[in-house]
Write a protein that binds this ligand. Structure first.
Ligand SMILES: C[S@@+](CC[C@H](N)C(=O)[O-])C[C@H]1O[C@@H](n2cnc3c(N)ncnc32)[C@H](O)[C@@H]1O
Length: 248
């Protein structure tokens, strides 16, 4: 197992794979004008799909949910079945870098905690072709709340995601990319903990034991602990912001 496979194994089974919560998903959805019943949503990097199922329940629309990690998609399948929305969710195992959907085939693109993987600005450019005219893109993205954060957290995020910028910086990227801004709001702090960091942190002692003879795994666990510690110490300086925009 390489480090990334170990990381995915430790993350397996969590309710979410990144910060988020039901109320924030629905709040972002309220900034979108819903299409007719035949409309379609693309959920990129859907993970275990908590937001996918919320979107299915709230909109009644068809959703294509794409992720490259099969076990997360199996988790989504089970969640969708238990919510009775599996008929409207098409699960696609694939990479966000190789999406070949027809042009202008979606009314909404949704990306919670996943747009950083493609890069915010690049994704806004690359994914636009899949949106119909007047369609929406909603994404959560890591953002500075303070443009002068302490050195330790600045160094941490500049190593993890060098493009990190402020709300104003991201709004500038959205406008430069040719979208209309429909709204934005920060995720509340519990959305980092309740379904993500708290259950992840609870798994770490057992993961340390499981991988006690695998030095790479100890490094992966150390990096997860550091990320959680950074959030505990510096959440006033950064967080996730939901950005909702419209293709003209
Ligand atoms: C931070 S998680 C967010 C998952 C989910 N949206 C949520 O909020 O719980 C990022 C997700 O992107 C997926 N991912 C990473 N790289 C990907 C790629 N190249 N193509 C598709 N999915 C990818 C991961 O498997 C993971 O499920």
């Amino acid at each position: 197992m390489n480090e990334f496979e170990i990381f995915l194994d430790i993350q397996q089974g969590l309710p979410r794979q990144g910060p988020g919560d039901r109320e924030s998903t629905l709040r972002a959805l309220s900034l979108v004008s819903l299409p007719a019943e035949s409309g379609a949503i693309l959920d990129v990097g859907c993970g275990p799909g908590m937001q996918t199922v919320e979107l299915a329940k709230a909109t009644g629309l068809r959703i294509t949910a794409l992720d490259f990690h099969r076990p997360f998609l199996e988790q989504l399948g089970a969640l969708a079945r238990s919510a009775g929305v599996e008929d409207r969710i098409q699960i696609v195992h694939g990479s966000m870098f190789e999406m070949d959907f027809p042009e202008k085939s979606f009314d909404i693109i949704w990306a919670e905690g996943s747009i950083y993987i493609a890069g915010f600005e690049k994704a806004l450019g690359d994914w636009k072709r899949f949106l119909r005219d007047g369609a929406f893109l909603a994404a959560t993205h890591i953002t500075w709340f303070d443009e002068n954060p302490p050195e330790e957290i600045r160094d941490f995020w500049e190593a993890e995601y060098p493009e990190i910028t402020t709300i104003e910086g991201n709004l500038g990227i959205i406008e430069r990319s040719g979208y209309r801004i429909k709204g934005h709001f920060p995720l509340p702090d519990p959305s980092w903990w309740d379904d993500y960091y708290a259950p992840l942190e609870a798994k770490l002692p057992a993961s340390r034991e499981k991988y006690k003879d695998v030095p790479e795994a100890q490094g992966v666990i150390g990096a997860i602990e550091r990320e959680i510690e950074m959030h505990r110490n510096y959440s006033a300086y950064y967080g996730y912001v939901f950005y909702v925009m419209q293709k003209p």
